[in-house]
Design a binder for this molecule. Structure first.
Ligand SMILES: Cc1cc2nc3c(=O)[nH]c(=O)nc-3n(C[C@H](O)[C@H](O)[C@H](O)COP(=O)(O)OP(=O)(O)OC[C@H]3O[C@@H](n4cnc5c(N)ncnc54)[C@H](O)[C@@H]3O)c2cc1C
Length: 635
């Protein structure tokens, strides 16, 4: 591993990168650790390296130049497994190297890029929600227990508590105070993101980010607050055999959620990244508009670009700041750092949950909650395994997983962009959103700190990668967010853990390709001097040269778009326990109740019938509002 690490970042020596890698590897799942060890022993095998590269030596015994050539062979290989293995190593090493300060609160690469790193904390701390401490094995009673505190779970708790029900929320992640939001990327990925930000599909070709802390994704997300478009609402009704999504009742849920979250366009002054997106679209005569956001007093000049690691000003209206706070005022109890293992049931009816709480002393305690109803809202990756671990047999559980795969095109600009700064996201374009029956891509930007940049950039060798990263302040990106028509699935292993199967289909790749080409045009129209794809190796063109667009597209086509040929990331996971009228084709009915068990509901992104095409938070919350209101009305 040390030899691999040195090959990716020759400057890593003496920076503590190996120690951090050790910790990261120790935190991997047993299966991932085993795969990593197998990979390292292949690289250690002189015979295997001889077969692949003609050089009979273990990686450790090669010179730096030889090692780099060997890794490049893996990166560009025709064998998908080798490309995937390369990407996994690159990701681990780059997170370990770039995402913690190495000297006196700063870092040699941050200084080279003019990246300030973590900013000084604001003078006033934001009060955090109080939670219940579990000091011994415990049994609690309530009307409704909600598993997961994100977009879905938070709203369910708030609505049910307001209706007079006694509610307990059980959340796997922690509840850090605003003082603990240090903006050190490595630490914040570990504290706020699912599996430390290292979730991947089984094939390794698609990294996935999801929140795992009090407030779930709403604590770390980018505050983009779109309503589900009317055409998608109609499509969902057609597909699910329901009449919910086009109904006035659902519109009311959307209205209520947007009002509680203060959704609006009053805090949308674009940072440089978004100004570039807008400038490019306008120059081309393409669609561009302001993004509605769920924030309050999110004033310009705040450290908004860092809010993917939590907002230290209380300006982001996450569920922790809104619905969960309302619920706590009504007497709701919240337990954090409790991993729910299963839903308890008897005679075809849910009766509560069983979980394990990690205490501050590191000792694990059991928590049983007895309840009249259970609402599962663990997100689309973890809701299916919880249902399976609880003995549910519906074959649709885990099917139909959608991920909104996102990629980007990067532009080099003469001015300083500082893509880590400015409001999170304020402009979008739907120019290519409807390429075929409502499927296509959205353009948005995203704050680029080192974790996203170092992993997103393709790799030709250590020196070139370092130069690209050192240029970060001059880079801007147009993100291409794909509404995926075709699906993957969440499988639950025998040990009860999720395994995520997902590959881009040819149909979806065609939409993405149009998007990438369009994104390059936007950057060129906005004045980029060079345009770079996220392929490995990257495609680089200069838009001032004639024929650049055809060359760009042709070179991307030649490399391909699938199975680790280029970088993607998923911010939105959906539809893995869909809502529908027919129990043979769905997991929950129109009320959110599972077809299998009375008293067991699902209220998170997993109940979507398809991908939403728009950033999903508001849709999830509206569904949660509908599910919780129905439960309260029928109580
Ligand atoms: C970086 C980032 C930026 C994003 N930006 C936007 C945006 O701007 N706009 C938008 O609309 N969407 C955005 N999203 C997506 C959005 O935040 C999610 O789609 C949404 O939060 C999902 O809601 P959910 O209720 O399905 O799950 P989550 O919000 O993920 O909540 C699930 C919760 O359940 C907990 N949990 C899981 N398993 C268990 C268990 N066994 N026991 C107890 N608890 C458990 C998890 O820890 C988690 O906190 C973003 C996502 C990311 C990662």
């Amino acid at each position: 591993m040390a030899a691999v690490c040195e090959t990716f970042v020759p400057d890593a020596n003496g920076t503590g990168t190996m120690e951090r890698l050790d910790r990261m590897v120790a935190a991997l799942s047993r299966a991932d650790r085993k795969r990593l060890l197998q990979l390292l022993s292949l690289l250690d095998s002189a015979g295997f390296n001889f077969l692949l590269s003609g050089r009979f030596a273990s990686l450790v015994d090669m010179s730096l130049v030889q090692r780099e050539a060997l890794l490049r062979g893996w990166a560009y290989s025709h064998v998908p497994l080798r490309r995937v293995a390369f990407q996994a190593l690159k990701r681990l090493v780059h997170v370990a190297f770039y995402c913690w300060p190495t000297d006196g609160g700063t870092h040699v690469a941050w200084r080279a890029a003019g990246y300030p790193g973590p900013l000084a904390p604001p003078p006033a701390a934001v009060e955090r929600l109080s939670t219940v401490e579990i000091a011994r094995d415990t049994v609690l009673d309530c009307d409704v227990v909600v598993v997961g505190s994100g977009a879905g779970g938070g709203v369910v708790a708030g609505v049910l508590a307001a209706s007079g029900r006694s509610v307990i929320v059980v959340e796997k992640g922690a509840n850090p105070s605003s003082r603990e939001l240090t903006q050190v990327e490595g630490d914040m990925l570990g504290a706020l993101y699912l599996d430390g930000g290292l979730v991947m599909t089984a094939s390794g070709s698609l990294p996935i980010l999801a929140g795992s802390c009090l407030g779930g994704g709403t604590t770390i997300n980018y505050t983009t607050s779109f309503r589900l478009p009317a055409a998608t609402r109609a499509e969902w009704d057609g597909r699910s055999g329901l009449s919910l999504f086009s109904s006035a009742r659902f519109s009311e849920s959307l209205d209520r959620v947007c009002a509680r979250l203060n959704v609006g366009t009053q805090w949308t002054t674009p940072g440089t990244r978004d100004a570039i997106l807008e400038r490019g679209c306008r120059a081309l005569g393409w669609h561009v508009d302001a993004i509605p956001r769920n924030v309050t007093q999110c004033r310009e000049g705040l450290e908004c670009g860092y809010c993917g690691y939590g907002c230290r000003h209380g300006a982001k209206n996450s569920t922790a700041r809104t619905y969960l706070a309302d619920a706590v005022r009504e007497g709701t109890r919240i337990v954090v750092e409790c991993d729910v293992e299963r839903v308890l049931h008897e005679g075809g009816k849910a009766t509560g949950i069983f979980g394990r709480v990690r205490g501050p002393d590191g000792v694990s305690r059991t928590l049983s909650v007895r309840a009249k109803a259970v609402v599962v809202a663990c997100g689309s990756l973890d809701t299916p395994p919880l249902l399976r671990r609880s003995g549910l047999a519906n074959a649709n559980i885990g099917r139909n997983l959608h991920l909104h795969p996102a990629s980007a095109v990067v532009g080099v600009f003469p001015e300083r962009v500082e893509p880590w700064s400015g409001a999170l996201q304020t402009r979008y374009s739907d120019q290519f959103a409807d390429q075929d029956s409502g499927y296509g891509v959205k353009f948005e930007t995203a704050p680029m700190h080192f974790a996203l940049a170092a992993n997103g950039f393709g790799w030709e060798g250590a020196r070139r990668h370092r130069e690209d990263i050192a240029n970060l302040a001059q880079l801007s990106m147009v993100g291409v967010l794909l509404r995926d028509r075709d699906a993957g699935r969440v499988v639950t292993s025998r040990a009860g853990r999720r395994i995520l199967h997902y590959e881009l289909s040819g149909h979806d790749v065609r939409h993405l390709r149009v998007g990438l080409r369009g994104a390059a045009q936007v950057l060129a129209a906005a004045g980029a001097t060079e345009i770079i794809s996220l392929h490995t190796p990257p495609v680089r063109v200069r838009p001032r040269e004639p024929g650049w667009l055809e060359r760009f597209t042709g070179a991307m086509d030649a490399q391909g778009y699938r199975k680790s040929r280029m970088s993607y990331i998923s911010f939105h996971q959906m539809a893995s326990a869909s809502m529908g009228a027919d129990p043979n084709r769905s997991v929950v009915d129109e009320t959110g109740r599972t077809h299998e068990l009375r008293g067991l509901y699902v209220a998170d992104a997993s109940v979507f019938p398809t991908s939403s095409g728009v950033n999903p938070m508001i849709t999830i919350m509206a569904i949660a509002d509908h599910v919780a209101r129905g439960l309260a009305e029928r109580w």
